[in-house]
Design a protein around this ligand. Sequence first.
Ligand SMILES: NC(=O)c1ccc[n+]([C@@H]2O[C@H](COP(=O)([O-])OP(=O)(O)OC[C@H]3O[C@@H](n4cnc5c(N)ncnc54)[C@H](OP(=O)(O)O)[C@@H]3O)[C@@H](O)[C@H]2O)c1
Length: 436
Amino acid sequence: MTSVLENLALDSEPPCTPTTPRPATVRIGQLGLGNVGAALARLTAHSSVELQAHGLAPVTPVALVRSIDRPRPAAEFVGQLTNDPDTFFAQPLDVVVEIMGGVEPAYSLVRRALDRGVPVVTANKSLVAAHGEALCDLARRNGTTLRYEASCIAGVPFIGTFDRRPLASRIDGLTAILNGTSNTILTAIANGSTFEHALDDAQQRGLAEPDPSADITGRDAAEKLTLLIRQFGRLLVTPDAVPTTGISGVDPVDLRAAALLGGSVKPLAHAEWNEGALQAFVGPAFVAAGHSLARIHGATNGIVLHSTRGPLCYAGPGAGPDVTAVTLLDDVCEVATESRVQTPNPIAACAATPQWTQESGWFVRVEGRPPAIETSELLGSYGLWCERTATVDERLYALTYPTTAAKVHAALNALRAATGDAARALPAFSAEGDAC
Ligand SMILES: NC(=O)c1ccc[n+]([C@@H]2O[C@H](COP(=O)([O-])OP(=O)(O)OC[C@H]3O[C@@H](n4cnc5c(N)ncnc54)[C@H](OP(=O)(O)O)[C@@H]3O)[C@@H](O)[C@H]2O)c1
C-alpha cells in the first residue's frame, strides 16, 4: 500500500527527458489546517501541473493542529496530522507555512523553524505586527527567510515586489483600505443599510468573522498598518500605539451627507513618515470621489503608496482562504527557487511613536441642525474654516480646509460649550495627488 505522499509523488511524476529535468520536491510543513490551511493543502495537491513547469513538486508531509480527533476533509492532502510540535519538527522540511493565527504559540514555532535554517511563510498579521523585526533578524542570522505577503491584502502580491526593488520601495507614506469587513459594512450603509443589518448580512455571507470585534474596532487594520510602516518606513510601532477609531459610530445619515459633499466615508489606514517622525491613524475618514480609494467597495482592499514619483495603487481581494492560499504557495515557490536565500528588509527598523497632528481637511458633523452661517463663523474663529456645508436630517455637516486635529478639537469644544450641540469630526482626504 502506498502512502498519501507516495501517491502524490507518483501522480506528480513528469516524464523525464534530458530537456525536462525532474522537478524538485518541496516538503511543506503546515502549522495549522483550518480555513486557510485546508485551502493551501488542497491547492498544493492540485497545482502539480503548473508548478512542475517551474521545476517544483510541492508536497505536504505534515500539519500541526490543535485537535487530531476532529474529522477534516483536508487531511487527505497531508501525509501526517499531529498535535505534537516535536513530531512536526522531526520531519525533514524545506519550508514551514504558519497559518495558525495569533501570537503564541505561532511565535515560538516560527522561531523554532528559523533557528533550524528552515524558511517560513506566514499569513499571520498579528505575529508579524508583534514580532516581524525580531523574526526577520533571526532569519537573517540563520541564513534563511521569512515571507509574509499573505498577511496584508492577501490576494494582491505587492510587498515582495518592493523587497526586490530598493529604489521603487522608497515610499514616504501610504493610504489604504486594509479591512474588507469594515469596507463591506460601510459600503452597505452607503447603499441604505443600518450598521446592525450590514454586519449581520456580512456575517451571514461569510465576509465577517463570528466575532468581528477586531475588524470593527480597527485593530485588524492597525496590525496591518504596523506591518506596512515597518516594511516601507523602516519604523517600529506597536498596533496599540496607532491612534485607532472603529467604524461603529458611522451611520446612514453620515454616508448621505458625505455623498452630498462629494465623497464617501471609508475605513482608512494612513501613515506618512519623514526623518523618523511618524504620522498615522486608523479609522473612518471622508474620501473625495476622485481619490483612488473612493472606488474600492465591499470586501475589496486597496492601497495607495505615496512617493515623489507619484502614487502607486494596488487593489484586489484582501482575504478568503483560496485567495490567501495562492499567495502563500507562490511565496513557498519563490523561497524554494531562490538560488541564494534572501531575507527581506536588510535595513534594521527603529522605534517611532505615531501621532496624528498632521494638517488635513475634516468632515465635521454637528447635531441639532444649527444654522450654517453662525456655526461656520464660530468654527472659523477657532481656525476651522468650512469649505462646503450640507444639512441632512437633524445635522449640519461641513467639509473644512486643512488644519490640525488640535484646532478641530478646540473648535468643536467651543461649539459644544456655546450651543450644547454634539459634534464630531473625521479626517478628510481630497483626490489631489491620490488618483491613480
Ligand atoms: N481566513 C482568511 O481569509 C485569512 C486571510 C488572510 C490571512 N489569514 C490569516 O491566516 C491565519 C489562519 O486563519 P484561518 O482562518 O485559517 O484560522 P483557523 O481556521 O482558526 O485555523 C487555525 C488552524 O491552526 C490550528 N491551531 C490554532 N492554534 C493551535 C495551537 N495552539 N496548536 C496547534 N494548532 C493550532 C487550528 O487547529 P484545529 O483545526 O485543530 O483547531 C487550525 O487548524 C490567521 O493568522 C489569519 O489572520 C486568514
